[in-house]
Write a protein that binds this ligand. Structure first.
Ligand SMILES: [Zn+2]
Ligand SMILES: [Zn+2]
Length: 338
């Protein structure tokens, strides 16, 4: 079987590999599609070499079919269409014992800390599986993981129908948050600088502005009768947005941090005092978020196909990363693994 191996900074090699047979409580999957995410790009740039042991297969946004099962894998059987929730918690740390195993203190992320999905046959723990309904394409199935992130973020925001939400950053995750938030009944304004993503946001029926040529604070205030936004999702990860996010919410509004900030960014803490703001951290997803994402995707109400801008053969993985890095007309890039 073939596998795309990450060998080190900007080096990917296609190899013929021997597949790993499923052990107890494991299943072997035939991977159909795998999405490229910002974390994968980060790995490709060599910025996570402290976690990724080379050579390593990466990738964690996938769809596929069960090829073989080991022992003790409940009712899973070959032929089942599935996606993977790529978290492997320890089960015994204080976070796990408190019921927060998705943010386990010893969390292993499958596809970063252990082999990922960018190969034909992939062996994973059976506890990571979620069933994909037959009406969901494998392309859309590969979006369930990032869609679950969006479901988790909107759930933790406690977003209510009729509320006004601002999404800072209209990339794949930001756009999925906007779609889930609108589905939850919120009015959504997207702030994004990339013209292609702005255009897509407009085509999907969102209000969307470039914060460089629109006064975002004035716009939000005019849309909310001077009150401010109920919720701000900070997805962009740029310091200017961390500065902006405290200026947008209403009194007692919520700010949800979705972006990964590798460096501290200045934040106007005074606004938390003055307006009694709430700051909510969000990371990955819980099983219920995967179930919600699958149900939402299967309902066909979200235009998820518009999020996928390119599908490449696994052999062209590196060119997919260069596409993402150049920006421009790119949202989600998928690779076909079998
Ligand atoms: Zn990801
Ligand atoms: Zn744990």
């Amino acid at each position: 079987m073939k596998a795309a191996l990450y060998l080190g900074r900007e080096s990917i090699s296609m190899r013929d590999c021997v597949s790993v047979p499923p052990g107890p409580a494991q299943v072997q999957l035939r991977v159909s599609h795998c999405g490229l995410c910002g974390t994968d790009l980060h790995i490709f740039h060599g910025k996570m070499d402290h976690r990724v042991r080379t050579p390593q297969v990466i990738g964690h946004e996938m769809s596929g079919v069960i090829e073989a099962v080991g022992g003790n894998t409940d009712s899973w059987k070959p032929g089942d269409r599935v996606t993977v929730r790529p978290l492997d918690p320890c089960g015994h740390c204080p976070a796990c014992l408190a019921g927060h195993s998705h943010i386990c203190m010893n969390l292993k992320f499958i596809g970063i800390d252990s082999p990922g999905a960018m190969q034909t046959l992939w062996t994973v723990p059976a506890h990571t599986l979620h069933r994909l309904p037959s009406n969901l394409s494998f392309e859309t199935g590969a979006l369930i993981e990032p869609l679950s992130v969006a479901c988790h973020d909107v759930r933790l925001a406690e977003l209510k129908p009729g509320e006004f939400a601002v999404v800072q950053g209209g990339g794949p995750i930001g756009m999925l948050i906007a779609l889930v938030a609108r589905h939850a009944g919120a009015r959504v304004l997207i702030s994004e600088v990339n013209p292609f993503r702005l255009k897509l946001a407009h085509e999907l029926g969102f209000e969307a502005v470039d914060p460089h040529d629109t006064d975002l604070v004035a716009r939000v205030n005019s849309e909310t009768g001077g009150a401010g936004a109920d919720v701000v999702f900070e997805v962009s990860g740029v310091p200017a947005a961390a500065e902006m996010m405290t200026r947008l919410p209403r009194t007692r509004g919520r700010i949800v941090i979705v972006a990964i900030y590798p460096q501290p960014a200045p934040v106007t803490l005074f606004q938390f005092f003055w307006r009694e703001l709430k700051l909510i951290g969000t990371r990955v997803y819980e099983p219920q978020d995967f179930e919600q994402a699958i149900a939402l995707a299967a309902s066909g109400t979200l235009p998820l196909d518009r999020i996928i801008t390119r599908v490449l053969p696994l052999e062209s993985l590196a060119s997919g990363f260069y596409d993402m890095e150049r920006g421009g007309e790119v949202m989600k890039v998928l690779v076909r693994c079998s």
